[in-house]
Design a protein around this ligand. Structure first.
Ligand SMILES: [Zn+2]
Length: 454
């Protein structure tokens, strides 16, 4: 009997040890899987930030431009709660813009979904919190009219696209085409001024980063180093730039950054009118089903214990990836304007006196790309001039960068420094790309609009 009892005891101990080993094993596996994320959080990202801060300290104090133009940094393509897929309030957008230090913001809510004419009528315009707001809209087929004072008199989604664009132009809008990644984009229509050469929302949507990695990055680093996490999804827009280069050989096309800010990539736990708990995204899209509905008493009990009052409509918990402030800090479109007014911004945008900058790496204000012509004449990015002898392209950047001069889509000069001079021997379309060398990586920083030498 004693031997039997001993044997049973041994089996029990063996079982216990096995369970313990399994738990320990699982713990080690989780630890190993999470190690790369922890390593980035505590080793890579702090060092990248330090390297960027060191780069920023090289900056010479910004001097006013000789031509009197001012460099205004702002955001084009932003959605609010007037769109079907955003819950962002005007107050949130203004506060985020102030924190990000932007000068202007062009709102482009979806037109043709829920609020249509209200998108134009009630859109944020004028000065708010030191930011100049302008109204535009994102319409069918990626048509993005900017500077819209009033809604179109008629809206026929089946009207041929060219007539639609003509109507918008007759209303005084400056028409851009967005999402160059969309294969349905109608580049053949007439009357558009420019295009997005980068779209952040598309980048996030097309990322190869698995959900597991995104959630892990969110957990470890999003609060502390959000813009470094953004770089995990960032892809250099080679195809869009190539497309742009093809268009500009034929005519002037203004390149801008599409922030496409929605603040709708996140999760929230809310109380429904009937008291059920919903785990859903942060888009507020009424056509989207929640991920999880918890209506049982136990869930409600636990929620009350953890979050307190369960008043219908209350948000109990929320986690965001694409807060407006982050999206605004990441990339922007700089306009060289004669003054800080809507009409001056419009002129600068139409003329392509603009460049796209990833200011989250280093503030790009102070960048200049110009053509010194005979006499004291000077053309800047966006300008179209006749070819003449003794013309020199001149580039200046506020901190040391790898500068690439692109001519007709091909890099014809590559140089590291703060300045580049290039004598122009032949007509063509010239633009600049500046990359920053950060801890052995070459990161895209600035894309200028071209100077067109015809
Ligand atoms: Zn959009």
């Amino acid at each position: 009997m004693r031997t039997l009892g001993k044997a049973a005891n041994h089996t029990k101990i063996a079982k216990k040890s096995f369970v313990l080993l399994c738990v320990l094993g699982a713990f080690v596996v989780v630890l190993l899987c999470q190690a790369p994320f922890a390593w980035r959080r505590f080793y890579v990202y702090p060092r990248t930030e330090a390297a960027l801060a060191a780069l920023g300290r090289q900056r010479a104090p910004a001097e006013p431009r000789a031509d009197g133009l001012i460099d205004l940094r702002g955001i084009i393509h932003c959605h609010s709660d007037l769109s079907h897929d955003s819950m962002g309030t005007p107050g949130e957008i203004i506060a985020a813009g102030q924190r990000a230090g932007i000068d202007y913001l062009i709102m482009t809510d979806h037109f043709g979904w829920l609020t249509d004419a209200d998108v134009i009528r009630r859109g944020l315009r004028g000065e708010h919190g030191g930011i100049l707001f302008i109204v535009g809209a994102e319409m069918r087929d990626g048509v993005m009219p900017l500077f819209l004072d009033r809604p179109p008199d008629r809206y026929d989604p089946h009207e041929p696209l060219q007539g639609y664009v003509n109507d918008l132009r007759a209303l005084g809008a400056v028409v851009f085409l967005d999402h160059p990644d969309d294969p349905r984009r109608r580049w053949d229509i007439q009357g558009w001024t420019g295009m997005e050469i980068y779209n952040l929302h598309a980048d996030a949507r097309k990322t190869n980063l698995a959900l597991y990695s995104r959630l892990s990055e969110q957990f470890w680093s999003m609060d502390r180093y959000p813009l470094r996490v953004y770089y995990r999804i960032f892809r250099e827009p080679h195809e869009y730039l190539a497309l742009w280069d093809r268009f500009t050989t034929r005519r002037r096309v203004v390149g801008i950054a599409g922030n496409d800010a929605h603040q709708n990539n996140g999760a929230r736990l809310v109380v429904r009118a009937d008291g059920a708990l919903l785990l859903t995204d942060t888009s507020g899209n009424p056509h989207k089903a929640p991920w999880l509905v918890l209506a049982d008493p136990l869930s409600r009990h636990l929620a009350r214990w953890r979050f307190g009052d369960l008043t219908p409509g209350r948000t109990l918990w929320r986690a965001d990836a694409d807060l407006y402030e982050r999206t605004f800090r990441f990339v922007s479109t700089h306009l060289l304007a004669s003054s800080r007014t809507e009409s001056a911004l419009r002129r600068a945008l139409e003329e392509g006196h603009a460049y796209v900058a990833f200011d989250s790496l280093a503030a790009a204000t102070g960048f200049d790309f110009a053509l010194r012509q005979a006499g004291a004449r000077r053309a800047i990015m966006g300008d179209e001039v006749a070819f003449g002898p003794q013309e020199v392209l001149e580039v200046r950047v506020p901190v040391e960068a790898v500068l690439r001069l692109v001519h007709g889509g091909h890099v014809i000069r590559r140089q590291t420094g703060r300045r580049l001079l290039f004598p122009v021997h032949s007509p063509g379309v010239y633009r600049i790309e500046a990359h920053l060398q950060v801890r052995g990586q070459l990161l895209p920083w600035i894309y200028s609009n071209p100077i067109y030498v015809r």
